[in-house]
Design a protein around this ligand. Structure first.
Ligand code: ADP
Ligand code: MG
Length: 738
């Protein structure tokens, strides 16, 4: 045992009586002096219940008083902050019932007029005599200095050079300096000389490698820095802590599964695979070959595969899935493919059956010693008789490849020996549904799982969201595709009150071009405005658009309508007619978003395109550009927000899903990506998958290195127990049992 180093650094190296995060978490925040009933309610509203919550309630930003200016030093249009005292405040109503608040402030030398539009509460907030730090751009108007809608921070204690500004809301009735006070009190009691000191479970070698400050210094530095540099160093350390804990949990989970689960050792060079490769009508892309190799390495090992296959629309994921499934069949086992919609399941079924139609599998009970490889489809549309037959054949091992929708995870469905599970468009299925399908086998060994998604997410985000999966990427499209040209038509994308879609010459020439494409034998999709609030409204608007287009813009053409409220037989019929080129145009809601594959369609029109997210637009666009003919995607929208505009511009500029995913992450932030995955307690309070991209990768590397050298973290008990603080119960139980 090394000597105690007294500074709380290093796992297990510090004195045993150092304060842990768990300990801080066990102390309610209202035990602090000064936290009365009212403030404790406000804190609770801000999710601050314990001292741990308080110390990790971080400043939103800092007022750097070293950068402060005097009013008469500021030049027009310069952005700067000034410490002021309110002289007087008034308000009046202006046009449209809005309120304008006028505040006169002074820095002791000069006056400045502040105006706030539609923020009536400012009059109360900035009453005469109040001190505030304001930040904004100075304008000169009729010889008077003015600032419109500046950022305002009420200042309490002004002794520090750097003043932390905490998130505050009207609701919680807490001022930034209240929180600063509580934090200071907590730090005083925790850190020496008064407190016992804070434990730092991060191993020394990680601190050294990244030049991190210790946890005490980091918490002091984030809440009460003496310089902005100190605040930055603190942030760097604390961000790493968050991402490192997350990666530790994910990597531990992955290793735990690998150590405890026993899977099949598949035959990856069997006769079916060989014949499949020979019979392919085209060579595999480099990315397909590489991905299949990666998967085969997994399949051949006795450890069950948990792999994510990310590939842009049209990158050829299906073939990769088929190769994996055939490996299972080659070894005498079965395979299952689950798709999120009936249309997709049916498409997979007919495509895969056509691809594998001539293959045979050994069958000793047959005179010929073999029988045709059997692919079946199970969906809610399967008749009762068929269903009964399929289920019994499935249990007898006579169905080799089972394709279906959610119907596959119903109780009655059992496999004789399921070897490989493929889940298409994974974002539509929850983790539970993945697991449910995997458990459907009477075989003793755990099937290998491949999940596929066409919604690329940036690599660092993938490490967080799918950190317990291995990831393969299909980053190459099959040759011979003509790139899709995307054009943004700045015109209203929905019917106006008079039921008209007019609005711009550009729009008219768009329909003109579409009509001539169709005259050349091609087909087109028109996607109707997305209405989030109600499917009913969306369908109604789609029906109106359909009527209008048929009567005017697309008059004389064969137009079909597809939406989510149609009976599935009708949907199917419409889809089939479109596929068979009995329809020229398909007017649809987003039901056509995923997987629909009609190579003869070369035109995609998306109305009110700014209502869709980047990923969704990219998916929709992926419905064209699937054949030999050049394709066009028309985005019709008058972008009403800067974000909407950026989204449309991104789509016009790039057809690369991964590039778009990065833009998307920049625009939307990580909440949406993490959303589905976030279990247990939210530990990402400071870290941002966007800003801290490189730290995610650093944290993952460090987590892997640590766990490799210390599986199960037996030698890092402090780290392990800290981890327990952030996991939900089942997760904690699972990881801690090792
Ligand atoms: P996705 O990744 O979107 O699921 P698919 O598997 O549906 O893509 O493949 C899209 C189209 O590309 C299909 O028509 C498929 O037959 C074709 N395809 C797949 N791989 C290749 C290849 N290596 N060369 C040529 N075409 C291919
Ligand atoms: Mg697909």
């Amino acid at each position: 045992m090394p000597e105690e180093n007294g500074d709380g650094r290093g796992s297990g190296a510090g004195p045993q009586n150092l304060i842990t995060l768990a300990e801080l978490d066990a102390i309610p925040v209202d035990k602090l002096t000064g936290v009365g009933d009212k403030k404790s309610k406000g804190l609770a509203k801000a999710e601050v219940h314990s001292l741990f919550d308080l110390l990790t309630f971080y400043p939103r930003r800092y007022l750097d008083r070293t950068k402060e200016r005097r009013i008469d030093e500021m030049t027009e249009d310069e952005e700067a902050s000034v410490l002021v005292t309110v002289v007087k405040s008034t308000s009046r109503r202006i046009r449209g019932g809005k309120v304008m608040v006028n505040i006169t402030v002074t820095d002791g030398n000069s006056n400045l007029a502040l105006t706030f539009f539609n923020q009536a509460w400012r009059e109360r907030q900035l009453s005469a005599g109040r001190e505030a730090m304001i930040f904004g751009k100075i304008k000169y108007f009729r010889g008077q200095r003015q600032m419109a809608n500046p950022v305002v921070d009420l200042v309490g204690d002004k002794t520090g050079k750097i003043i932390p500004v905490y998130p505050q809301s009207e609701k919680s009735k807490l001022q930034s300096w209240d929180i600063a006070g509580f934090v200071a009190e907590t730090l005083r009691r925790t850190l020496p000389p008064k407190g016992r000191g804070l434990q730092d479970p991060l191993p020394m070698w990680i601190l050294d490698e990244h030049d991190f400050i210790n946890r005490e210094a980091a918490l002091r530095g984030i809440h009460a820095p003496d310089s902005m540099g100190e605040a930055m160093a603190a942030r760097k350390r604390l961000v790493f802590d968050e991402l490192f804990r997350m990666q530790l949990a994910l990597v531990l989970r992955k290793r735990m599964l690998e150590a405890t689960e026993v899977g099949l050792e598949h035959l990856v060079d069997g006769p079916l695979i060989a014949r499949f490769r020979e019979a392919l009508p085209f060579p595999l892309t480099g990315a397909q070959t590489r991905t299949i190799d990666e998967i085969f390495v997994d399949l051949a090992r006795p450890i069950p595969m948990h792999r994510l296959l990310q590939g842009d629309v049209g990158s050829g994921k299906t073939l990769v899935a088929v190769a994996a499934m055939l490996a299972s069949v080659d070894g005498g086992h079965q395979a299952a493919l689950m798709a999120p919609t009936e249309v997709l399941a049916e498409q997979h079924f007919s495509g895969i059956r056509a691809l594998l139609g001539d293959l045979h599998v050994p069958d000793p009970s047959n005179l010929m010693g073999e029988r045709p490889l059997k692919v079946e489809l199970l969906s809610n549309r399967t008749s009762t008789a068929d269903r009964r037959r399929i289920l019994s054949e499935l249990l007898l091992g006579q169905v080799d490849i089972m394709i279906g929708t959610h119907a596959l995870i119903e109780d009655k469905v059992r496999f004789d020996s399921l070897g490989v599970v493929v889940i298409d468009e994974q974002h539509r299925f929850g983790v539970e549904q993945r697991a449910a399908l995997r458990d459907k086998t009477d075989g003793e060994l755990i099937p290998d799982v491949l999940v596929m998604t066409a919604t690329p997410i940036p690599r660092t985000a993938a490490m967080t969201v799918y950190g317990d999966l291995d990831v393969s990427v299909l980053d190459e499209l099959p040759p011979g595709r003509t790139p899709i040209v995307t054009r943004w038509v700045q015109a209203p994308g929905s019917l106006d009150e008079s039921g008209s879609l007019d609005g711009a010459d550009e729009l008219e020439s768009m329909w003109q071009e579409i009509r001539s494409e169709i005259a050349n034998g091609r087909q087109a999709y028109v996607v109707c405005p997305l209405i989030d609030e109600s499917e009913k409204l969306e369908v109604a608007s789609a029906e109106e658009t359909f009527d209008r287009l048929r009567a005017v813009e697309l008059e004389g053409l064969r137009v079909g309508l597809l939406h989510g409220r149609m009976h599935s037989n009708d949907k199917d019929e419409t889809m089939t007619r479109f596929r068979d080129q009995k329809l020229d145009v398909l007017v649809a809601t987003t039901v056509i978003e995923v997987g629909v594959d009609v190579p003869n369609s070369t035109v995609m029109v998306i109305l009110d395109a700014d209502r869709f997210g980047i990923a969704q637009l990219h998916q929709l666009r992926g419905r064209v550009g699937r054949g030999e003919h050049a394709s066009t995607c028309w985005l019709v929208a008058e972008a009403t927000t800067p974000d909407g505009e950026s989204r449309l511009e991104a789509l016009v500029a790039s057809t690369d899903g991964f590039e778009l995913a990065e833009v998307d992450l920049d625009l939307r932030g990580e909440g949406t990506i993490l959303g589905e995955r976030q279990k247990g307690r939210n530990d990402l309070k400071l870290a941002s998958l966007r800003r801290d991209r490189t730290v995610v990768a650093d944290a993952r590397r460090a987590a892997i290195e640590l766990i490799d050298s210390d599986p199960g973290l037996a030698n890092s008990p402090d780290l392990m127990s800290e981890l327990g603080l952030f996991l939900d119960e089942t997760e904690a139980e699972f990881l801690m049992k090792g």
